[in-house]
Design a protein around this ligand. Structure first.
Ligand code: KG4
Ligand code: ZN
Length: 341
C-alpha cells in the first residue's frame, strides 16, 4: 500500500486507542479500555481514566506496531486527539504524541475528536462524501454536524442540551437493573420486546423546534421512563423490561433519525454518516437506512469497532490532513477539553 504512515492516538475518554493507517488503509487499531474500572461508579471517573491512559499508553503503542508489523521509525506523522474530551485524559495522549514527535523528528497533528469520528469511515467505505451530514452519538456527545471538508473542521448544526444519547441509554439501563454500559443491553432486551409505551420525543414540539431545530434532549425521556417504572413497581406489578427497553429505544432513535434527515433536507445534503458508540444500535441503523432511503439520502455507518472511540479514527484523519497538505500543529499544541461538541 501507498501513502504516508500515520500513527493516531486517542485518549479523550476511557479508551486508550492507538491506530496505524497508511493512506486510507487500516494497518492496526490497538485499544485498551478502562471501562471495567468505571463500571461500579455507573459512569467514567476522570481521575481513573487518566491514570489508566498513562499505564496503557506505551503497551498499546507497542501492540499497534506489532500488529501492523512496522517500527516506530517507519512512522511519517503523529496525530492525536486534542479535544474535546476529559482534560486530564487528553493531556496523557497529547503528551505521548509530543514525545513521539520529538523523538522521531516527525510532524504532529492535533485533531478534533468529532472530525475523527467522521473521517474513520474512509477506512471502510472509501473516500468521504463531502459535503456530508454526520450524526455522532455516544456516551459523551450527541451532535449533528455539517462537514464540508473534514480536514478543515465540522460545523455543528445541533447538539444535546442535556444528556448525551449514550448517557440516556446507560441511565435507563441502570434503572432497569441492567449492567453498565447499558446501550448494548437495552439493544438486546429491545429485540425481545415490543414498542408498547409512547415515551416523549424531546424538543419536537413546534415551540421547541423554533429554538432547538436540530438540538436533542434526553433527560425528559429518562425521567419519563423512571416515572413509568416507579408507577409499575408501586402497583406491585412486574416491570416488562424488554418492552420498556424497546419503547425507550424507539423514542431515542425516532428523534435522532428524524432530526438528521430534516437537517439533510434543509441543507441539501445527500449523505448521512452515523458514528459514535450508539451507532452500534441495531434499531438506529435499521431505522436510519429505512427512512433515509425513502428520502433519497444515502447512509454510511462504519462497523461497530470503528464507531466507538479508537485510535484508527485519529490516524485516518491525520492521514487525510497529510494527503491534503494541511499544516502540522506546533509542538506546544494544547489540549482543549472544551472544543465544541
Ligand atoms: O463512543 P463510545 O464508545 O464512547 C464515548 O462515550 O465516547 O460510546 C459509548 C456509548 C455508551 O453510552 C454505550 O451504552 C453506547 O455507546 N452504546 C450503545 C450500544 N453500544 C454502545 N447504545 C445503544 N445501543 C448499542 N448497541
Ligand atoms: Zn467519541
Amino acid at each position: 500500500t501507498q501513502g504516508p504512515l500515520v500513527l493516531g492516538i486517542e485518549t479523550s475518554c476511557d479508551e486508550t486507542g492507538v491506530g496505524l493507517v497508511r493512506g486510507t488503509t487500516l494497518l492496526a487499531d490497538a485499544i485498551a479500555s478502562s471501562v471495567d474500572e468505571h463500571a461500579r461508579f455507573g459512569g467514567v471517573v476522570p481521575e481513573v481514566a487518566s491514570r489508566a491512559h498513562l499505564e496503557a499508553m506505551v503497551p498499546t503503542i507497542e501492540r499497534a506496531c506489532e500488529t501492523a508489523e512496522v517500527r516506530l521509525d517507519d512512522v511519517d506523522a503523529i496525530a492525536v486527539t486534542s479535544g474535546p474530551g476529559l482534560a486530564g485524559a487528553l493531556l496523557v495522549g497529547v503528551a505521548a504524541a509530543k514525545a513521539l514527535a520529538i523523538g522521531l523528528g516527525k510532524p504532529i497533528y492535533g485533531v478534533n475528536h468529532l472530525a475523527a469520528h467522521v473521517a474513520v469511515d474512509q477506512l471502510e467505505h472509501g473516500p468521504l462524501p463531502e459535503p456530508c451530514l454526520a450524526l455522532l452519538v455516544s456516551g459523551g456527545h450527541s451532535s449533528l454536524l455539517e462537514v464540508a471538508d473534514v480536514t478543515v473542521g465540522v460545523q455543528p448544526l445541533g447538539a444535546t442540551i442535556d444528556d448525551a444519547a449514550g448517557e440516556a441509554f446507560d441511565k435507563v439501563a441502570r434503572l432497569l437493573g441492567l449492567p453498565f454500559p447499558g446501550g448494548p443491553h437495552i439493544d438486546r432486551q429491545a429485540r425481545e420486546g415490543q414498542v408498547t409505551i409512547d415515551f416523549p420525543r424531546g424538543l419536537t414540539s413546534r415551540r421547541d423546534l423554533e429554538r432547538h431545530r436540530f438540538d436533542f434532549s434526553f433527560s425528559g425521556l429518562k425521567t419519563a421512563v423512571a416515572r413509568w417504572v416507579e408507577a409499575r413497581q408501586a402497583s406491585g406489578e412486574p416491570v416488562p423490561v424488554a418492552d420498556v427497553a424497546a419503547s425507550f429505544q424507539e423514542a431515542v432513535c425516532d428523534v435522532l433519525v428524524r432530526k438528521a434527515l430534516d437537517a439533510a433536507a434543509e441543507r441539501g445534503i445527500e449523505d448521512l454518516l452515523i458514528g459514535g458508540g450508539v451507532a452500534a444500535n441495531s434499531r438506529l441503523r435499521a431505522m436510519a437506512v429505512e427512512r433515509a432511503g425513502a428520502r433519497g439520502v444515502r447512509v454510511r455507518v462504519p462497523r461497530p469497532g470503528l464507531c466507538t472511540d479508537n485510535g484508527a479514527m485519529v490516524a485516518a484523519l491525520g492521514a487525510e490532513l497529510v494527503a491534503r497538505g494541511r499544516q502540522p500543529s506546533a509542538l506546544d499544541l494544547p489540549a482543549d477539553s472544551s472544543m465544541p461538541i
